[in-house]
Design a protein around this ligand. Sequence first.
Ligand code: ADP
Length: 422
Amino acid sequence: MPEPFDRSWKLPAALAAGLVLGGLIGAWAGDRAVLGVALVAIAETVLLLTRIRHETRHIMPPHPTISPLQHDRFMTRSRRIASSLRDLRSAAGSLPDAVVLLDNEQHVRWFNHAAEDLLGLRRPQDRGIHLHERLGTTELAGWLQDGAHEPLNDVVAPGHPNRHINVTLLPFGRRQRLLLARDISHLTRLEQIRRDFVANVSHELRTPLTVIHGYLELIDPEDVPELAPVLGEMRAQSKRMGQIVEDLLTLSRLETQDHVTDERVPMSPLLATVRKEAEALSQGRHHIAVENTAEADLLGSSKDLHSALSNLVSNAVRYTPTGGNITIRWKRTPEGATYSVSDTGFGIPAAHLARLTERFYRVSSSRSRDSGGTGLGLSIVKHVLNLHQARLEIQSEPGQGSTFSCCFGHERLLKPGGPDEA
Ligand code: ADP
């Protein structure tokens, strides 16, 4: 008869497997590496220990053929396992992040205390329950049902309406899943404080700037010819400051908005307007062309779309040397329609592309300043596009030129002149 308690190899093996698996998942999950290792090792070990305890619960008292020495060894090992189990459970249980272990059909197998708090799970009744059914109609449930391929950022915690969480679903063991939810409410609060601060500062600066600008306009350079160059510079700088403040206020507004008021935005007149603006800015230094083949209007905020589309044209003019070409296109694509602005200008090295839409990010500060830029234009473009469920694509070759494309989905298109979706 085999020794009934000879399972001692399973614990170290499980721990080792858990650590290796945890390491792999952790490395894959980037900044969650350490947490990944700890969680997977803990979760897997807890499960194994639970199973061992379950399987050995009938073996007390030990089989009569077992010697007293074997019995004592078994008792010591049992106590050690039970104590490890308690420690590991309490460690996993007190993790600040919610951890839920799911089987391949998303049934809940195990969860910690934070999952009760953040996700509203209850024990024992929620063990074995289908997680997305348990979460009802929340955004989290929809995400799980859609396959949870990408992490879900900044959603309201189902168990706590005042908290916000980031959620990730990691593969684990044999077709199981580990759901991790991190409370990011403090980050959301800090972000709110930052937004309020920027909005308040910009608002407070607006009035004094208007006064300074007004007085500067009142002074006639002919009355003080010796100060004429200084006056010119002061006017230009106060105008620039005013533009930065206006752009910051626009960004603050766009950031706090979660949708736009939909209206028809007729594209032919809008393209004609951005062309005129580009020509005014270019002063004949560039060849500007418009190609409109989409035969579609847009559905969205007329003011915001105008600001985004003309921003791209103004950048093309400012970052293209005299004699260059600028082409504005509005054309159909399989996924909807694209508005693009191509130029034959300076271009942008690939290393900068990912950061261009950050506030005040510039490839060359002096070139941006000299051309009258605030460093906020592309940030505004990105926010406007987000509010229209559209995305910005940038292709650029240093020394050759750039193409900035705004890709809109079918749901944002209207037939010109008609009420129907195009
Ligand atoms: P800025 O006011 O400085 O132009 P933006 O947010 O509009 O700010 O653009 C960010 C940076 O991206 C610019 O400073 C510039 O370096 C680069 N950039 C934007 N558009 C172009 C373009 N068409 N060609 C080359 N560089 C560009």
